[in-house]
Write a protein that binds this ligand. Structure first.
Ligand SMILES: O=C(O)C(=O)C[C@H](O)[C@@H](O)CO
Length: 256
């Protein structure tokens, strides 16, 4: 039996546009159902959700039902959090708050077994199909995909250096955090933020790496795709649930 191939990585490197969904519900039922819809990737967030590490493995198992690849955001750029997520079978990580090339290098090293990195070794993990994948240690490093998240003006100033780090496969812009850092808390649509996002896509593409972003509406997503963003999460599961429940309630309540 072979180790799983990282289709997200191979498709990203093939310069495909990959449509994602931002997952915050920490629900295996939602993960399984939404994995069937046709998204290219689902992003499970452990940074800004109550989801603890033990809750991630059931989400990855559930999402394996459909065709969507999985991405996990660790709560921090921390080698211990990272190795535990990788042992669970996460192959693509979105590492938050990367500010410097050194931090990007540390994130990459945390995902690689020695001698390329510092990842600790375990045998009976979901990552190695519980030890049944005979090629696992030969291919594990190669199948890792590291996406680093740029969230501040300071990180933007070093964008090319961060993107150039070997092993960084994609650079993700967080519109909300960037807005806060640029003095526009709660206003990701502010013209200065949007101009920075457009410029960032251009600069990342010039380095040969893939730019990614989170959009909360189809209009935003289309604009970002037009700027060259290649892995774009459109929508947040909880927000979609709230909006459709609210709309339904309003429709029904309006008639009574
Ligand atoms: O800066 C951002 O934008 C993000 O990092 C995404 C946020 O965590 C949040 O808006 C997702 O619900």
């Amino acid at each position: 039996m072979n180790a799983p191939e990282n289709r997200f990585k191979s498709r990203l490197l093939a310069r495909e546009v990959l449509h994602g969904l931002w997952m915050t519900l920490a629900s295996p039922v939602a993960a399984e159902a939404l994995s069937l819809l046709g998204h290219d990737w689902l992003m499970f967030d452990t940074e800004h959700t109550p989801l603890d590490l033990a809750g991630v493995q059931p989400l990855l198992q559930a999402a394996a039902a459909g065709g969507a690849a999985t991405v996990v955001r660790p709560a921090w750029n921390d080698p211990v959090l990272i190795k535990r997520l990788l042992d669970m079978g996460a192959q693509t990580l979105l590492v938050p708050f990367v500010q410097t090339p050194e931090e990007a290098r540390a994130a990459v090293a945390a995902t690689r077994y020695p001698p390329e990195g510092v990842r600790g070794v375990a045998g009976l993990t979901r990552a190695s199909r519980f030890g049944l994948a005979t090629d696992y240690f030969r291919v594990a490093n190669r199948e890792m995909c590291v996406l680093v998240q740029i969230e501040t003006g300071a990180a933007l100033a070093r964008l090319e250096e961060i993107a150039a780090v070997e092993g960084v496969d994609g650079v993700f812009l967080g519109p909300s955090d960037l807005a806060a850092s640029l003095g526009h808390l709660g206003q990701p649509g502010h013209p200065e933020v949007q101009a920075a996002l457009e410029d960032a896509a251009r600069r990342i593409l010039a380095t040969g790496k893939a730019p990614g972003i989170l959009a909360t509406t189809a209009v935003d997503a289309r604009r970002y795709l037009g700027w060259g963003y290649r892995f774009v999460a459109t929508g947040v599961d909880l927000s979609l649930l709230l909006k459709s429940a609210q709309r339904l309630l309003e429709e029904v309540a309006a008639e009574t």
